[in-house]
Ligand binder design. Structure first.
Ligand code: MN
Length: 251
């Protein structure tokens, strides 16, 4: 039973790698040796009686690296996805094994992440936040939402421009590295930000709620193209928000 579960999880991890494969294929040295073969041989028998470790996965990028040009340049996207995000995935999965994390799914891990090391907290957040971030962006954005999302933002903040200014402000005022969020909190829309790779699903986060939209304001998200001008990055980012994905996440 456990062995079967282990094999299933391993297979899932392999499928995840294969899906990401074509996107990663044209990049050099992005795949550091993963050691998956070593893991299989060294873990082997010890895991026979233990539950299979949780494996966090990197979603396939739903568009090409250059799809968000000119708002977000291809080189930034490629490095962000293949180095930063892939690094969080590798690190958290190592830490899950090293620390004997017992959570059986990602949500459970985030909800109890305070029990574990900063390595688990930072990298689990890095995995989840970027998987979410890629999905709420896309090519062909209209800059502003229509329909249900527009109505909800009007109801919550007065009008779209007021919402946009407040969300931008949350991203601009985040000192150092972190994220700006639009959340649903007990049926109410709320704007906030988190430091580092924390997110509103974590037990340790002051800001809590169900994420509808997120903006990465780490320098790695914009520095190649915008250098120190975070405000220019945020202004351009509105053009690549995928409002259909935001709508899907609204109750
Ligand atoms: Mn990032």
């Amino acid at each position: 039973m456990d062995r079967k579960q282990f094999l299933t999880r391993s297979l899932k991890a392999t499928v995840g790698t294969l899906i990401a494969g074509p996107i990663l294929a044209n990049t050099s040295s992005c795949n550091t040796p993963e050691g998956s073969d070593e893991d299989a041989t060294t873990e082997g028998d010890d895991l026979r009686d233990a539950p299979a470790p949780l494996v966090l996965e990197q979603v396939a990028l739903p568009y090409g690296y250059d799809a968000l040009e000119p708002s977000i340049d291809a080189q930034t996207m490629e490095i962000h996805y293949t180095k930063h995000h892939a690094g969080y995935v590798k690190n958290v999965n190592e830490a899950i094994i090293a620390e004997g994390v017992t959570a059986t799914d990602e949500g459970e891990l985030l909800g109890a992440v305070g029990k574990y090391s900063p390595k688990v907290r930072n990298n689990a957040g890095g995995v989840w936040n970027h998987n979410f971030f890629w999905q709420v962006m896309g090519p062909g954005g209209k800059g502003a939402p229509e329909g249900k999302v527009r109505e909800a933002l009007n109801a919550g903040f007065g009008d779209f421009e007021t919402f946009k200014a407040a969300f931008t402000d949350a991203g601009m005022k985040r000192f150092g590295s972190g994220w700006a969020w639009l959340l649903e909190q007990d049926g109410k829309l709320v704007i906030g930000s988190t430091p580092n790779q924390d997110n509103p699903l974590m037990d340790v986060s002051e800001l809590k709620g169900r994420p509808l939209l997120a903006l990465d304001v780490w320098e790695h998200a914009y520095y190649l193209k915008y250098q120190n001008k975070r405000n220019d990055y945020v202004a351009a980012w509105w053009n690549v928000v995928n409002w259909d994905e935001v709508a899907k996440r609204m109750a």
